[in-house]
Design a protein around this ligand. Structure first.
Ligand SMILES: Cc1cc2nc3c(=O)[nH]c(=O)nc-3n(C[C@H](O)[C@H](O)[C@H](O)COP(=O)(O)OP(=O)(O)OC[C@H]3O[C@@H](n4cnc5c(N)ncnc54)[C@H](O)[C@@H]3O)c2cc1C
Length: 391
């Protein structure tokens, strides 16, 4: 692995740093103070669109495919770390085709890319999309989802309930994971585009959560919700067999190193707060304080390297399931430990609840939960190590 950053990547990181300082951190603190997500009409989102954020990576219907950037994944991880340093909740709130985009790019038909990613080519306003897998009775065990899809003439009828779905109520469309037959487990899973305003897509309720207040995590229901046959991801031909479940796994595999990078960013912010506090309060002469700071810096460095290794493999189209899970398991734990050590060092100043360190402490926990909990990452790594097939 080559750790040198080219001039363009350095520039992009510096630009993300400047934007983070001037826009991302203030928006995150505002949402945290108010205890609710930034509204869709918030000036922050308009500013994002004005600077060209929130666009799809799809080049468009008639565009020649872009030559792949050799280090695209590594660069995206570095940017994900930098943005989460300023506020990970705001990063998820950012407009764009978000979590489902990799699945649509990989499996969507040309017509689906045009219909669902086309509006994100040069968005006229902030637009969102999201991916809905989790249900009240199916979180870690993704094969256990109970949302059903039944063929009905030239369409599909969806019934079920989803929860904790990021940006759901504001999304132009939701990629909903459903099953054609609950007795058949993952083989029967398919993904469907459900557009905003479709009759039967209802009951949106924004969940309360301990951190990451800037974006909405939302539950909703599907009651006899009818979508056209053309809304089955990949079409009839491209969605059979394990393709439907693979869709979800593809989303998670590409997402885990991003969560790891986010966790490193949160941890780095906590270490900077702890350092600043130690300097301001003349604590750097104390060997016990230096020992804590050293521990945090060393663990964060390890987590970043694990994360970049997962990205480096992805850039070379090499399997990275183990590395992706390792990076997420490691980085999420480190972020929780570093923010906890920061809280300890700041003592009553942190405990009052109005210092950034306390917010980072609350934000870090979700890194261990989303896109597969720490335990689930360890299950995946263990099974891969002993070469058991994926359960
Ligand atoms: C902030 C936030 C945002 C989210 N965003 C989204 C989203 O956008 N889209 C979406 O679909 N979902 C989203 N989720 C849901 C998230 O993916 C689930 O919370 C997660 O998969 C865990 O599921 P669960 O909460 O039902 O816990 P459970 O699966 O009930 O697990 C409970 C505990 O048991 C452990 N456990 C479960 N199975 C095993 C096992 N086999 N071995 C060892 N331990 C096990 C888990 O690690 C966990 O500690 C979000 C959640 C949060 C908190």
């Amino acid at each position: 692995m080559d750790f040198a950053l080219d001039a363009r990547t350095r520039e992009r990181i510096l630009a993300a740093r400047e934007w983070g300082r001037s826009h991302v951190r203030p928006a995150g603190l505002e949402a945290d103070r108010l205890g609710k997500p930034l509204p869709e009409e918030h000036p922050y989102f308009k500013a994002c669109v004005a600077r060209g954020d929130g666009r799809t990576r799809w080049p468009g219907p008639r565009a020649a495919p872009r030559p792949p950037e050799p280090s695209a994944v590594v660069v995206s991880l570095l940017l994900a770390e930098e943005t989460a340093y300023w506020d990970r909740g705001v990063m998820v709130a950012n407009p764009g085709p978000g979590l489902p985009e990799p699945s649509v790019l990989a499996l969507g038909t040309d017509e689906q890319k045009e219909r669902f990613l086309g509006p994100f080519l040069a968005p006229d306003r902030p637009r969102w999309a999201c991916f809905a897998m989790t249900e009240p009775g199916a979180g870690s065990d993704a094969a256990a989802i109970r949302t059903t899809a039944r063929r009905d003439g030239d369409g599909w009828i969806l019934n079920g309930a989803k929860c904790f779905i990021g940006n759901a109520s504001r999304s132009d469309w939701i990629l909903v994971q459903a099953t054609l037959d609950v007795s058949k487990g993952r083989e029967a899973q398919r993904a469907f585009f459900v557009e905003k305003g479709t009759p039967g897509l209802c009951g949106f309720k924004i969940e309360k959560k301990m951190g990451l207040k800037a974006y909405e995590s939302t539950s909703f229901s599907l009651h006899d919700c009818r979508v056209p046959a053309a809304n089955l991801l990949g079409g009839e031909r491209g969605s059979g067999g394990r393709a439907g479940f693979e869709t979800a796994m593809r989303t998670f595999n590409s997402g885990r190193p991003v969560i790891a990078a986010n966790a490193v960013g949160i941890g780095r912010a906590a270490l900077d707060e702890a350092m600043a506090f130690a300097r301001e309060h003349d604590l750097t002469g104390d060997a016990r304080v230096r020992d804590r700071l050293e521990w945090c810096a060393r663990k964060l460095r390890m987590a970043r390297l694990a994360c970049l290794r997962a990205g480096w493999l992805a850039d070379r189209a090499q399997p990275n399931i183990v590395e992706a899970s390792m990076s997420k398991a490691l980085a999420a734990t480190v972020a929780q430990e570093v923010t906890a050590l920061g809280m300890e060092l700041l003592g009553t100043v942190g405990a009052r609840g109005d210092h950034l360190i306390e917010k980072l402490y609350r934000d870090a926990k979700a890194m261990d939960i989303v896109e597969g909990t720490g335990q689930i990452q360890r299950v995946i790594i263990g099974r891969q190590l002993v070469k058991l097939p994926r359960s």
